[in-house]
Write a protein that binds this ligand. Structure first.
Ligand code: NCD
Length: 336
């Protein structure tokens, strides 16, 4: 299929529909219908993104700035490539190369970046709330690519998209077991929200030191014993110990943590025979997940990465048109 035919196919499938939000900061910015539309369009991008000619022009003439204040491999490269494949001009600003290193505030950085008239800003920050703050202060559509311990909505989208590929579209009652450093995880922050929307049953498996205090209010079960938690699981979702957020101080030793919580082939015998293992990456081999799972067909981790590329392609397309419609918060300056 050539580029023009692809554009036509995607545009026809979209049927003029828009997302109900202008920025994507939390998974709660999206309705279930929005998410289903994203998945439907993402499935049509797979052929394009796996093909020889990946470039179309749906965002031609638009500008995308990837503002990453924290490290990233898959999130940043998939956003950048997807933007380029859509025909947008993309640039990257990283933490080390930005003027925030010289003391500029986040607000002044936001105002400055917005004066380049970008249509989309993809932001990753170590500070929870930074992307919402940005969104309020810029005309560009802001996409949260992970903020502190808070949320990482496109990760949850790509995760659920991957789950539907292996477990079908009706996920009601499927047992999702999330293992690892839940407390410091923005991936968890978005995952439990999307899981609730699609009625999965969620169990968290982690030591008491690594779970948030409000799990019960969220109707999420905590089972610290890995052998019990894995029983009859459909999906085992492993999370990295966030050592850059001091998570190592919440466990006696990394070796003890790994022995107690690592997902390996023996433990996976307790889950359903067709259970899948997921991880947002980066995986710390032999600490979070054993090689005997990573190199088995139980692991769908590489599929997650490709799903991220497709889902982010769609999100960029749907949000890339909003600059002219967005209003920016009025700032009031106190007179002295
Ligand atoms: C996650 C992140 O940065 O929040 N990775 C990702 O985006 N794929 C998870 C992690 O770093 O552990």
């Amino acid at each position: 299929m050539d580029a023009q035919t692809f554009e036509k196919k995607l545009t026809q499938k979209r049927k003029g529909q828009c997302l109900s939000c202008t920025d994507l900061i939390s998974i709660e910015d999206l309705s279930k219908k929005d998410i289903e539309m994203i998945f439907d369009l993402a499935s049509s991008t797979e052929e394009l993104l796996k093909g020889n000619m990946k470039k179309i022009g749906l965002l031609k003439g638009k500008t995308q700035i990837n503002f990453f204040l924290e490290n990233s491999t898959r999130t940043r490269s998939s956003f950048e490539l997807a933007g380029k494949n859509l025909g947008a001009d993309t640039i990257n600003i990283s933490g080390d190369s930005s003027s925030m290193k010289k003391g500029e505030t986040l607000l002044d950085t936001a105002i400055t970046i917005d004066q380049m008239q970008p249509d989309i800003i993809v932001i990753r920050s170590a500070d929870s709330g930074a992307s919402r703050f940005f969104a309020k202060n810029v005309k560009a559509a802001v996409i949260n690519a992970g903020d502190g311990w808070n949320e990482h909505p496109t990760q949850a989208l790509l995760d659920l998209y991957t789950i539907t590929k292996f477990k079908g579209k009706n996920l009601k009652g499927k047992k999702l077991v999330i293992v690892g450093d839940v407390l410091h995880s923005r991936v968890f922050g978005s995952l439990w929200r999307i899981a609730r929307m699609f009625e999965l049953s969620v169990t968290v498996c982690a030591p008491y030191t690594l779970i948030p205090s409000n799990l019960e209010d969220l109707n999420i079960k905590h089972e610290p014993d890995i052998e019990k938690a894995l029983k009859d699981a459909d999906i085992v979702y492993t999370l990295r110990l966030q050592t850059e957020r001091a998570a190592a101080s919440y466990v006696p030793t990394l070796r003890e943590y790994s022995k107690t919580y690592i997902i390996n082939a023996k433990r996976m015998l307790l889950a359903k025979p067709d259970a899948i293992v997921m991880h947002p990456g980066p995986v710390i081999r032999e600490l979070d997940v054993h090689t005997n799972i990573l190199e088995s067909d139980k692991s769908v981790i590489p599929h997650q990465v490709f799903s991220g590329y497709c889902v982010r392609f769609v999100v960029l397309w749907l949000l890339g048109e909003n600059r002219k419609n967005k209003t920016v918060e009025k700032r009031l300056y106190k007179q002295f």
